[in-house]
Write a protein that binds this ligand. Structure first.
Ligand SMILES: [Zn+2]
Length: 170
């Protein structure tokens, strides 16, 4: 005889309990806690579960909305901005490197576009150079994507509004 809730073998007397309107034959452990198992069979018998701790079940929740892209997006011309801002402040790579506590070679690579600064360095650059290097999440990004998807024809303003609405509905 198997427990209809946890699926483990019932040792001893089975219990008939009412769980959400359904009469089930369960093991003594499940009867005690009055818990509902959605996963069957359980990999481990519920016997090992401490009495006071509620068992967490794998219940399928509503599909989650796609995660919001929180990664920072650098502005396209960030390296020009970095270079110009640095020159404006009259700083050499060496001096900027000292300020940021970064290697000069790294700064050179950033300015030549061979490397993109990580979030921390970007923030430091923005702070020291007083420039904006990070695109705010919705800037430009969305229309650009739409255009590339529909390259067969030019988008009209109406299309963009339509797309914008669709985007909001999600
Ligand atoms: Zn059970």
């Amino acid at each position: 005889m198997r427990c209809e809730v946890c699926g483990c073998r019932i040792n001893g007397k089975p219990f008939n309990v009412l769980i959400e309107g359904a009469r089930l034959t369960v093991c003594s452990e499940c009867a005690k806690h009055g818990k509902i198992c959605y996963d069957q069979p359980k990999p481990k018998p519920a016997l090992s579960t401490p009495r006071a701790t509620p068992v967490t079940f794998k219940v399928r929740t509503k599909p989650q909305p796609p995660p919001v892209d929180t990664s920072l997006e650098l502005v396209e011309d960030f390296r020009t901005k970095v270079r110009k801002a640095r020159e404006k402040l009259g700083l050499s790579h060496e001096e900027l490197g000292k300020k940021l506590n970064e290697k000069v070679s790294l700064l050179r690579k950033i300015e030549t576009g061979k490397m993109t600064p990580d979030n921390k360095l970007t923030a430091a650059l923005e702070h020291v150079l007083k420039v904006k290097l990070i695109m705010s999440a919705k800037d430009e990004k969305v229309p650009q994507l739409k255009v590339s998807k529909k390259s067969s024809r030019e988008l009209t303003l109406g299309d963009l509004i339509q797309l914008g609405k669709k985007e909001e509905e999600k």
